[in-house]
Design a protein around this ligand. Structure first.
Ligand SMILES: N[C@@H](CCC(=O)N[C@@H](CS)C(=O)NCC(=O)O)C(=O)O
Length: 226
């Protein structure tokens, strides 16, 4: 099995974390997003979305990080994707929550327009309005995450056992490191992230993200918590 990925990528990191934590037999191949390797063949033929990650299992190809996490967890029968109907439904619910409303406002509304030229809006006024919209709504979702989803008594998103929803959500929210988001106003979110950072392979999987954040340290950003 092979995972096409980029180490900084928000969608690649949760899959890499699952692979690393469980020592799964999956080869990794870097697709260099910085040089546009993903936009050209042979990779563009492998994933016509021209995005990473893509998983290859023999002739079977799978895109979408959330679907890849579920596939790997099922294939290797991992406890982090419970088979019990309602427990599994809860994991799916959390993953959809991150993948749709939270990511729409946090990643696509607030962070990507500041980081990537192809997400930047066509005028300063539209850019400023987009960021203000994204920041306000992302902050509202963070409140829900803090008070209603995690709450004061849970260690993880679905209770006290780690699931693939945690791999997914934690890697998505730590995209905010690049623009220096501060989550201290959300104590349960901060506690949950601290739990995730305790994982044995968290640092090595997130090393490239931290390096990129250091490169951006003097660039001004609109961020959560400022
Ligand atoms: N919904 C997709 C999103 C994939 C995605 O946006 N990948 C980014 C990296 S995090 C990418 O390849 N970006 C390249 C580009 O936008 O040109 C998933 O979850 O796998």
């Amino acid at each position: 099995m092979k995972l096409y990925m980029h180490p900084i990528s928000t969608s690649s990191r949760p899959v890499r974390l699952l692979i690393a934590e469980n020592n799964l037999d999956v080869e990794e191949q870097v697709v260099d997003l910085m040089t546009g390797e993903h936009t050209q063949d042979p990779y563009a033929a492998i994933n016509p979305n021209k995005l990473v990650p893509t998983l290859e299992d023999g002739d079977f190809r799978l895109t979408e990080s959330s679907a890849i996490l579920k596939y790997l967890a099922d294939k290797f029968e991992l406890r982090s994707y419970p088979k019990d109907l309602q427990k599994r439904a809860r994991v799916n619910e959390r993953m959809d929550w991150f993948n749709t409303q939270f990511s729409r406002e946090f990643s696509y509304g607030l962070i990507y327009p500041q980081l990537f030229p192809h997400h930047k809006r066509p005028s300063d006024a539209v850019q400023a309005a987009t960021l203000a919209w994204g920041k306000e709504r992302a902050a509202a979702w963070l409140k829900v995450l803090d008070k209603d989803i995690i709450g004061p008594n849970q260690q993880y998103l679905c209770g006290n056992e780690i699931t693939i929803a945690d791999y997914f959500g934690a890697c998505l929210i730590t995209l905010g490191k690049l623009t220096r988001c501060d989550f201290s106003a959300y104590p349960n979110v901060s506690r949950w992230l601290a739990n995730m950072e305790q994982l044995d392979t968290w640092d090595s999987v997130n090393e490239a993200l931290d390096g990129f954040a250091a490169q951006l340290k003097d660039q001004p950003f609109v961020a959560i918590g400022d």
